[in-house]
Design a binder for this molecule. Structure first.
Ligand code: PSU
Ligand code: MN
Length: 304
C-alpha cells in the first residue's frame, strides 16, 4: 500500500503537510471493545481530547474497501453502529480492500495504515499480546508482530490484563520492540495501575519520548515500534480484587463457551463490563483518555 492508497481527511492531510501534531486512533476499540451507544460518544470524546491539546485526530478504519486516516462524523457513526462490521488486523487489509469490505482496525492494522500515511504517534487502550493458555492455542495477537516491523510510537496502558502479561513482555523483548514506562517503574495492567512486572526504562516527560523517536531514526536499523506504557491513575483503576475474581470467571466462561481466535478479546472485555457493573468500562475509558492526552503531548513535541 503506498501512502496515496490511504485516504486522508482534509484536516489530516493539511496537518501532515505542515508538520502539525497528528494522533492516530484505532477503531476496533469503538466497534468491538466498547458497548453501544456509549462507544460513539467515546469516539467523539477521544477526537476532542486530541484537538484540545492542539493536535489533529486521525481515526483509522476501512470503509467500503478504502483505508481512511481521519473520519467525518457520519463515518465515525458507521464504525460505532454498523452491524456486521469486521475486525481487521494488518493481514486482512488486502482482502478488505479488494472486496470492498468495511471493518474496524486493530492495533496491528491501525499501526500499518498510520505508518503508510506518515503518522508517527498512535493512542489506544491496551495492546493485544500473548493469550493465557498460549501453549495449547498458539494465540498471540498480530499486534506484536506488526509492532516489530513498523516505525510507530504507541501509547497504551500496557497490554490487556486478560492476557499472559509476563509472556507478552518476553515476546516484546524477543521482537526487539522498545518499551518505556511513563512515570512508572512497573508495566501497567490495563484496567489496573500496575501488572506487577518491572519495566527496564522509565521516562518522565513527553519530550524524552520524542527524543527516543529521533534516536530511532538516527540509529536506523529495523523499523521497530516504541511502546509508551502509561498506567491508568491508581484512583481510577478497577478494584484489583474485583478484577481478579471477575477475570477468572470470564476466562472460565470463554473456555466453557469454546470462544477462540478473533472473538476472544471482545468476549472477555464484554464479560468484564457486564460483571463489574460497568466499573471495568470506566477504568478502560480512564486509561484510554490518559493515553490520548499523552500521545497528543508526544505528537506536539515530535512535530516541534
Ligand atoms: N484496547 C482496548 N479495547 C480493545 C482493543 C484494544 O481498550 O478492544 C483491541 C485492539 O484493537 C487490539 C485488539 O489490537 O483489541 C487485540 O485483539 P486480538 O487479541 O484478537 O489480536
Ligand atoms: Mn488472537
Amino acid at each position: 500500500m503506498s501512502a496515496t492508497a490511504v485516504r486522508l481527511s482534509a484536516e489530516v492531510a493539511d496537518a501532515l503537510a505542515h508538520r502539525k501534531p497528528v494522533v492516530a486512533l484505532e477503531s476496533t476499540i469503538i466497534s468491538h471493545g466498547l458497548p453501544q451507544p456509549r462507544n460513539l460518544e467515546v469516539a467523539a470524546e477521544l477526537e476532542d481530547l486530541v484537538r484540545e491539546a492542539g493536535g489533529v485526530p486521525a481515526t483509522i478504519a476501512v470503509l467500503d474497501g478504502v483505508p481512511y486516516a481521519g473520519l467525518d462524523a457520519g463515518q465515525l457513526k458507521r464504525i460505532a453502529s454498523e452491524s456486521g462490521l469486521r475486525k481487521l488486523g494488518a493481514r486482512d487489509l488486502p482482502l478488505a480492500v479488494a472486496t470492498g469490505a468495511s471493518g474496524a482496525t486493530t492495533v496491528s492494522a491501525t499501526s500499518f495504515i498510520a505508518a503508510r500515511a506518515g503518522i508517527r504517534v498512535f493512542a489506544t487502550g491496551g495492546l493485544g499480546g500473548v493469550h493465557r493458555g498460549w501453549v495449547e492455542s498458539w494465540d498471540e495477537s498480530a499486534d506484536l508482530n506488526t509492532l516489530s516491523r513498523t516505525r510507530i510510537t504507541v501509547v497504551c496502558a500496557g497490554v490487556k490484563s486478560i492476557l499472559d502479561v509476563p509472556a507478552t513482555l518476553q515476546r516484546l523483548e524477543t521482537l526487539n520492540i522498545t518499551v518505556a514506562g511513563y512515570r512508572t517503574e512497573t508495566f501497567p495492567g490495563f484496567y489496573l495501575h500496575s501488572s506487577g512486572q518491572p519495566v527496564d526504562w522509565t521516562v518522565q516527560e513527553a519530550a524524552e519520548i520524542a527524543g527516543a523517536m529521533r534516536a530511532q531514526d538516527a540509529l536506523g536499523g529495523p523499523e521497530t515500534a516504541l511502546i509508551v506504557a502509561n498506567p491508568v491513575p491508581e484512583s481510577e483503576q478497577l478494584d484489583p480484587a474485583l478484577h481478579d475474581r471477575v477475570l477468572a470467571e470470564a476466562l472460565a466462561a470463554a473456555d466453557r463457551d469454546g470462544v477462540t481466535g478473533q472473538a476472544i478479546t471482545p468476549y472477555l472485555l464484554d464479560y468484564l463490563v457486564r460483571h463489574t457493573d460497568g466499573a471495568s468500562l470506566e477504568a478502560n475509558l480512564a486509561a484510554v483518555r490518559g493515553n490520548v492526552r499523552l500521545a497528543s503531548e508526544i505528537a506536539a513535541s515530535w512535530a516541534a
